[in-house]
Design a protein around this ligand. Sequence first.
Ligand code: ATP
Ligand code: MG
Ligand code: MG
Ligand code: MG
Length: 451
Amino acid sequence: KRLTTHQLRQAYLDFFVSKGHKLFKSDSLVPANDPSVLFTSAGMNQFKDRFLGKVRDVKRATSCQKCFRTGDLEEVGRTPFHHTFFEMLGNFSFGDYFKKEAIQWAWEFVTEVMEIDPARLWASVYEDDDEAMGIWQKIVKVPADKIRKFGPKDNFWPSNAIKEGPNGPCGPCSEIYYEKEEGQSVEVWNLVFTQFNRCDGGILEPLPNKNIDTGMGLERMSSVLQGVDTNFKIDVFVPIVEAVRQNAQDAEDSAVYTVADHVRAVAFCIGDGVLPSNDGRGYVVRKLIRRCLYLTQASHHTKPFVYKLISSVAASMKEAYPEILERRDNIAQIVRAEEEKYIKNILEGGSEKLAVILESLKACGQKELAPETGLDLYVTYGIQPDFTKDYFEKAGIGVDMARIEALIRQEQDKSRMTSKMACSIFSGEGIVLKPSRFVGYETDTCPAKVV
Ligand code: ATP
Ligand code: MG
Ligand code: MG
Ligand code: MG
């Protein structure tokens, strides 16, 4: 069936409302009562207390949740199906229906409402979950060769909960995949059967209430329906991608897609009140804006441009999120100020520094960048480790990005403590400007080291 993303969202919610589910609005990207998580990462987050039986009002719920996964940052632009910000459709049962209905309804929605050819679909179940296997085979009548068994990494939630996961509600899951081309499949829907309470020693006690928690990726399902090979070609992304291309002519597809992803994420984060800053959530927003700038540097950006893309996000997302359209100019202003600061204080000074370091390393025949140098580039010039990595690796110099990131984390922890005493370095306002600790690049002493 040919549907717009907006129509798909609506069709899903209508379908589950028709099955007795109460419609819930998306929760904020910033979880209200859960300081332990940075961002809302799944539809189930807002229902935690209902899963635990602390709140007992409705038995069935459905929602389209704004999600943000910092853990997927590195995947963006590398896979066709990962975003930082995305929307997750979900249906939930709190001690009401269980596996049979969850599987049947998912199948009905995908094959009958969405009219997807069952020949292209396959399912996965947790290796020990004979019950789910039986439902797929005997009730839904999916042939055995279209059902794969996976272990706890993919098909138990939280992942690996049996061996090393956290205590608490957990359970096996069953996923629906769509085969786009021979051998290339995309996971579109995950059905979690929350049936155990994990206790000390990895003991799984059956929960008194069995719950259902499902998550379908809106953009992924939309790419299936629209017959495109990447989420970045679906209707909601096309205008954003085009706006990026206009502003960064020579950028490669993966960079264009990444910027399109990031600008959407930035708009929604700021829309939910997260302003660019130097730690926590704000740091993520700052990092996304900076990545947009340096990912397109090949097209010689010395001027802010990310703010110009905000209107394309507002236009393409306005049907479901009119608040982004309303706040469009305000969001763009915030992004622009952040870009200007970055370009003026950091990029201009930083690129000279990079060139000097590179020359000095080459002169000494060095093949590795000292991680401490990567740290200093970040602290002094705000140059992100992934930019450092790109820059030096292009020139044949190895960069241990994980090590640099670890050093940055250490530095941030330290600074958070000192900022309480001295005037703050990481005050959340302005850019981290510390006196440079570099020595020796301007001289011909080798090797280039940081003291
Ligand atoms: P993957 O294995 O592809 O990374 P996942 O198993 O981590 O996905 P779940 O945690 O099961 O994903 O989330 C439920 C659904 O949300 C997935 O089936 C997928 O459709 C969608 N989804 C998950 N992560 C992303 C993402 N980064 N971008 C877009 N959609 C996503
Ligand atoms: Mg994942
Ligand atoms: Mg998966
Ligand atoms: Mg999954």
